[in-house]
Write a protein that binds this ligand. Structure first.
Ligand code: AMP
Length: 424
């Protein structure tokens, strides 16, 4: 089989690595990939951007690709799956209509309300109907969100009414471009955050191993929000009872609602949840794809074949799929470029990758490139070093052994990934 992975980050390196391990797969292409996918056995990069839908379809047709798996949300929200389907090419991911769960926060809030799925109370505004009085009447803090895709930056937590009003006006005034033509103003929820990721095929669903990520840049979950500074699996907060509640109160009604709306879901579905003190799983967001960095530790634990799983979902035989997990824990530490998550450094040569490759665990590349024969930084989240172990703390020490072998100028990473699980 020939597989095409669309995207070029750590998630896509992990997807490509896992697909390449299937005995059924001869070759994996990654568009555009990174320096890690360039050297992975059976994997090669193709110089086509993830948002070049026509270029990707042309390549998949010319190369006779058997299955395409989409990593990032951009191409999904832009309708890549519909384009491939119309050309009779197998593509794993949701249609444009069901990808709106990630593409529009206002759509999702309305959807959640219609199907009585727990979420924070909210109001939606455009510049034409913005109501400052509503905002000033709400309890603080308040969460202001741009409706559309904003590269993970479109959520702002405001501690004062003045800040909330000026944030609303700035977003409606264009600070996030068209993604902010509509805004959602939302109640601030307390609790512990959980990522819950499933593979869904209309009403059939398989929950992947549980995971939890660390969104803040600094130790102790302090500092600015990022795309994710590390993640681990399993997440002990997701007890069997909570697992059951999430399936019953969030995942099942979501898939049922999508079907009732005429948009049956296919693909990875990621629910970002805030678990309230009474155990209510409130939906913060949906992503219509696998998470980054959650993919890296989750796929390290997947023992069965990922291609079989995607095919079962596409063929509607997900219930019979064989999914097996390594009972060990996996933990990934993101190594980021200096400056991230603001403007960050690029082109810093990375040393120690060969030494790390001889250690147990696996280093997945995110923002890397090859320049003049050297591997250099080329993105904010550069690498994700993943360790395995009988406990989260054993996985953590394996991951940090990898991290300590690698260096570049002004590299930054957290020293406490997994601390909540270890404390439990
Ligand atoms: P989102 O992209 O909607 O998941 O928001 C990004 C991050 O902002 C989440 O991971 C939460 O940490 C935080 N967040 C979003 N909405 C809320 C909320 N209603 N209450 C508290 N924190 C929130």
């Amino acid at each position: 089989m020939k597989i095409l992975i669309v995207g070029g980050g750590g998630r896509e390196h992990a997807l490509a690595w896992k697909c390449a391990s299937s005995p059924r797969v001869d070759q994996v292409f990654v568009a555009p990939g990174n320096a890690g996918t360039a050297v992975e056995p059976k994997v090669s990069n193709v110089d086509i951007a993830a948002d070049n839908l026509s270029g990707l379809l042309e390549f998949a047709t010319a190369e006779d690709i058997d299955l395409t798996i989409i990593g990032p949300e951009g191409p999904l929200v832009a309708g890549i799956v519909d384009r491939f389907r119309a050309a009779n090419k197998l593509c794993f991911g949701p249609s444009q209509a069901s990808a709106r769960l990630e593409g529009s926060k206002a759509f999702t809030k309305d959807f959640l309300t219609r199907y009585r799925i727990p979420t924070a109370s909210f109001a939606t505004f455009t510049a034409a109907n913005f109501d400052e009085g509503y905002v000033r009447a709400q309890r603080l803090p308040l969460v202001v969100k741009a409706d559309g895709l904003a590269a993970g930056k479109g959520v702002i937590i405001c501690e004062t009414h003045d800040a909330a009003v000026s944030t609303c006006r700035a977003i409606l005034g264009g600070s996030f471009g068209a993604a902010g033509n509509t805004i959602v103003v939302e109640e601030f929820l307390q609790g512990e955050e959980v990522s819950f990721i499933v593979v869904a095929s209309d009403q059939q669903v398989i929950a992947l191993a549980t995971s939890q990520d660390h969104k803040r840049r600094d130790d102790g979950d302090q500092g600015p929000n990022t795309g994710g500074m590390g993640a681990y699996s399993p997440a002990p907060i997701v007890t069997p009872q909570l697992h059951q509640r999430i399936m019953r109160e969030v995942i099942e009604p979501t898939l049922k609602g999508l079907r009732e709306d005429g948009n049956p879901y296919l693909g990875f579905l990621y629910a970002g949840l805030m678990i309230a003190a009474d155990g209510t799983p409130n939906v913060l967001e949906f992503n219509c794809r696998f998470g980054d960095p959650e993919t890296q530790p989750i796929l390290m634990r997947l023992q069965s074949d990922l291609i079989d799983l995607c095919e079962a979902a596409i063929n509607g035989t997900l219930r019979q799929a064989d999914v097996r997990w390594d009972s060990r824990a996996a933990l990934g530490v993101v190594m980021a470029a200096g400056g991230y998550p603001d403007a960050y450094r690029k082109d810093d040569p990375i040393s120690g990758l060969d030494a790390a490759a001889r250690l147990p665990g696996k280093v997945f590349h995110g923002g890397t490139a090859i320049e003049g024969g050297r591997i250099v930084t080329a993105g904010g989240r550069v690498l994700c070093a993943v360790g395995l172990g009988d406990t989260v703390s054993a996985a953590q020490s394996q991951a940090y052994n990898l991290v300590h072998a690698i260096h570049w100028n002004l590299v930054q990473y957290r020293l406490d990934i997994g601390y909540r699980a270890i404390k439990r």
